[in-house]
Write a protein that binds this ligand. Sequence first.
Ligand code: HEC
Length: 231
Amino acid sequence: MCFPICKTELSGCTIGERLILEAVVSNIYPILLMASVLAACATRTVNEAPHDPLQDYAEVDAATILDAPAPVPGSFAPEHLYQVERGEYLVELLGCGACHTDGALDGVPDFDRALAGSQIGIAYSNPLGADNPGVIYPANLTPDEETGIGAWSDIQIERAIRAGLGRHAGKQIAAMPWQGYAKLSQEDMTAIVAYLRSIKPVSYKVPDEVLAGEEAEHPFVYFGVYRSHIE
Ligand code: HEC
């Protein structure tokens, strides 16, 4: 009922405010929040050009179906075939390639570099609130020793997948859904690690993390949940 009103009559609102209002009408936020956003719109002078926080962003298409790369024959003992195949199945099911394959976050995956890391990053601080959000780049998961996880121990890989404890000490990986992966059984985890060790090593170094406030030289996407400052 309120939806068209929000869209037409509140033209003085910024896009961010309108998004919040639309969320309000779908009952995501309490009514109090709506009142404060409305107040913010009302106090802005009519001639002030509204800042569009999305002006530097383009929509991306959903990626196509992602097959995980096949294991390299001879890279594992024959008795581990079942384990490696199960790992491949789980990696496809858990969507690892949707982030860890270059181009996939932009809808155009580069299958030659499947699971070898992405030069499209993911913002971990609010891009609508800061000009230069912090960005991390999904890592190279192939067994390349220099640029991938070839030199990582099983335990290190498992801690990254289950607990989000990656290469940035003291900070858990913001965008990866490790909270769900934490539920993996040890059998499934061992299968994933065995599979990742069986694929073709690809030498590819992903861009370094960009700290919040610094300018990113590579593109990034954002998705996530940002908490409002309103109590
Ligand atoms: C939503 C995106 C996303 C998904 C899905 C995802 N990851 Fe990640 N992953 C990341 C990001 C971002 C990083 C962090 C890179 C950093 O810390 O700089 C990361 C880091 C890692 C690391 C640490 C490696 C390193 O070199 O830092 C491992 C191991 C890993 N992911 C494995 C997986 C596996 C296995 C899956 C599927 C079960 C998976 N990830 C799914 C985004 C994702």
